[in-house]
Unconditional design. Structure first.
Length: 141
């Protein structure tokens, strides 16, 4: 299964922010959209990602104020991304090795979606159920 299959199933909505807004404003968006990360995009360029983990480690634990701190001060700038043609195994490997939960999907230098660890696990479970069903049907014949 490929990343493109996941995007096709879940949609390619991308919620993004600019680096100049406050962390509090970004957190409000995450809460409203019920998501754990936002891409930081300016002029169609992926500059970074802001996750709940960034907030916890770079604001809460350091005693900073989310109303005053800008996203650019705490966002993760080295964004690991995948392409639509990458397979799910590569995504799982990246997420596990890098201890990340979100992967932007980039094609021709443009963000076309984002997948989460939940999306990957859901896709794997669906594929396994299909395989089990096919094997069951084969054995039953």
């Amino acid at each position: 299964m490929k990343v493109a299959n996941i995007l096709q199933a879940k949609g390619s909505n991308v919620y993004s922010i600019t680096s100049g807004i406050t962390v509090f404003e970004a957190l409000k968006i995450m809460g409203e959209k019920n998501i754990g990360a936002l891409l930081v995009i300016e002029d169609e360029n992926l500059l970074g990602i802001l996750s709940e983990r960034d907030y916890a480690r770079k604001i809460i634990l350091k005693g900073k104020n989310s109303h005053e701190t800008l996203v650019k001060e705490i966002m993760t700038e080295r964004v690991i991304s995948v392409s639509p043609g990458d397979n799910i195994e590569k995504c799982m490997e990246l997420m596990s090795e890098r201890r990340i939960r979100h992967l932007p999907v980039v094609q021709d230098s443009k963000v076309i979606g984002i997948i989460s660890i939940t999306d990957v696990v859901t896709a794997i479970i669906a594929a396994q159920k299909e395989t089990i069903s096919l094997l069951h049907d084969y054995i039953s014949q």
